[in-house]
Ligand binder design. Sequence first.
Ligand SMILES: Nc1nc2c(ncn2[C@@H]2O[C@H](COP(=O)(O)OP(=O)(O)O)[C@@H](O)[C@H]2O)c(=O)[nH]1
Ligand SMILES: [Mg+2]
Length: 453
Amino acid sequence: MLSFIKDIELPFKIPIPDKTIKIAVTGLSRSGKTVFLTSFLNQLIANDKLPYLNEKLKQPFVARLLPPDSVYVRFDYYSKLKAFRLKEPKWPKATKSVSKTTLQLEFKSEYAFLKNKIVNIELIDYPGEWLLDLSMLEQDFEQWSEYMISLAKEDKRYSYAREWLDFADSIELYKKNENEFQQEQLHDHYSEYLKRLHYHGFSFVQPGRFLEPGDMRDDPLLVFAPLPAPKGEVEEGSIYDIFKRKYELYIQEVVNRLYLEHFESFDTQIILIDLLKTLEYGYGVFEDMHLSFKNILKSFTYGSNNFLTRFFNPEINQVIFAATKADHIPISQHAQYKKLVEEMIWDLKRELDVKHIDTEVTIFAAVKSTRDVKAKIDGKEVDCIRGIVEGEKEFSTHFPGVLPKNYMDKEFWDNSSYHFTKFKPISFPLRDLNAVEHIRMDKLIYSILKDRV
Ligand SMILES: Nc1nc2c(ncn2[C@@H]2O[C@H](COP(=O)(O)OP(=O)(O)O)[C@@H](O)[C@H]2O)c(=O)[nH]1
Ligand SMILES: [Mg+2]
């Protein structure tokens, strides 16, 4: 009976896959996850702009989007597509939670008597901010507090943190305290500090949930903050005692649960990097982004005797570092763009290599919203890009500047000032037959599928 219902409910009978590839897409907020996923599906469904992929795979295929399963929020491809297909196309709204989608590829067999090969690609999109919390798993409240406070006292963060630190100094933390309002104030000061960091381009903020609460908005469990270590006794019912217990609960209920649910079994992790942001904000933000990736990657490089492996056993085979939004840079500078990404993550890559995790570095634009043109600046011909700036109606030409030779060159950071114009997206073709223009999406998709199909 049940199977009968299934048969009539679905638009077509879903073939059982011979293989399932699980891909986690992460990146800090606004790095381009949603745009990437939309283009990824769009490209594979149309398959008209993937010459590199087809040449390498040498197997014709069709791609179909599967209906959602009931467990996860579905990545809503069709509503994103609709917005991209408008006459005045729109970038998707910011996403704040985990979503999932499955694309099925059917590869035509070489001979009619052989079965076609079916490969499911499961994609999951989640805020990188949540992953940052992972490193909290190995710290107790005292250690975590000490680390957070020492970071906050660094020059580049102190001006944002001062109010919170002063407030924490001004109240009684270790004696019994029934003033719930003070707990909330303390939490609010700390959250405010995290928001300021975020506003100024910083990404290493813990707990990530304070910025992206998702379904936990207004949950009292989140009312805590790091606190200076007690010098003497800590009374039961003191702020310190309460926050410490909330921290422990947070780790158990939120951080652990997240990993158990989502990160147990991924083959590939794609980390999207918004390199432009570091160029715009400067060295402090560059260093901070590096720190964030380091913390995110901890989930894959923990040794086997680490206590974390008791909770989950990551089986990541591959990590792809992909710098997005390459359409902000003229093609003549793409090689340099890639070199900067390599320089940024060289030590992380090496750590993954040692753990036998395959790594790759690439640059791409999921939705190519500009085209290359030459223009004269002070009588000299330079490579520029041309697109429609957000809020405008006509095309205009822009020179984004010349990327530095080296990323870690202090002198460069002291003297640089980049500003990357935000462009409107180009309109997606109206029929599924044609995909949107991109830069190197076919190379990126091939890196994912490579020896797996
Ligand atoms: N020009 C251009 N901009 C992009 C591209 N991908 C993302 N963006 C910009 O980055 C913003 C954030 O992208 P989104 O996918 O929503 O980021 P998420 O928060 O990681 O999901 C978009 O609104 C666009 O302004 C791209 O391929 N080209
Ligand atoms: Mg998103």
